[in-house]
Design a protein around this ligand. Structure first.
Ligand code: 5GP
Ligand code: ZN
Length: 156
């Protein structure tokens, strides 16, 4: 069952959906929104989320799941076209608190990877798991990356 929480001020992703919190948006339609992760695990890291608040993937209908993954796939294409993750992407969902989900609103991580980034990537994952998170990426940088991915999506 989907829980609708349009005024869920305790959920940062619902705040982003309602535009009460800022984000560098890459894509938006009626059902989903995608934006740059503020503590990226790799350059160009995008989060794709359903607009309806749901904590677990299984709370989404099959149609919603399909749409979420179909948009994620398009965004991966766009990321690659601008040079993020040309050789590979980690497509990741932390489904529940015990699985390191820190924001309890379904989200697909699209983390572009590059050859030789294993050490820095593992370090950033460790920061996420421990909750330290690391440095926030500057809004201007996130905006620049979002603009490039948006432009690339328009060309698909
Ligand atoms: P989780 O650990 O729940 O799978 O991942 C949550 C993600 O949300 C993290 O990668 C974190 O950096 C990101 N995040 C948390 N708060 C914000 C925020 O206010 N804005 C953005 N853009 N990302 C956020
Ligand atoms: Zn939410």
């Amino acid at each position: 069952m989907i829980r609708l929480k349009p005024d869920n001020t305790s959920c940062i992703f619902c705040e982003i959906v309602s535009k009460r919190a800022d984000a560098s948006v890459v894509y938006e339609d009626e059902k989903v929104i995608a934006f740059m992760d503020i503590h990226p695990l790799g350059e160009g890291h995008v989060l794709v989320i359903p607009k309806h608040h749901a904590e677990y993937v299984q709370e989404l209908s099959a149609v919603q799941q399909k749409h979420l993954f179909s948009i994620s796939n398009q965004i991966i294409k766009a990321q690659r076209a601008v040079g993020f993750g040309e050789k590979g992407t980690n497509i990741l969902i932390n489904d529940g608190k015990a699985a390191n989900q820190r924001v309890p609103h379904v989200h697909v991580h699209l983390v572009p990877r590059t050859k030789g980034d294993l050490f820095s990537s593992a370090f950033r994952v460790l920061l996420h798991i421990t909750g330290l998170m690391g440095m926030v990426t500057k809004r201007a940088t996130l905006e620049e990356q979002a603009a490039a991915i948006r432009a690339s999506l328009d060309q698909l």
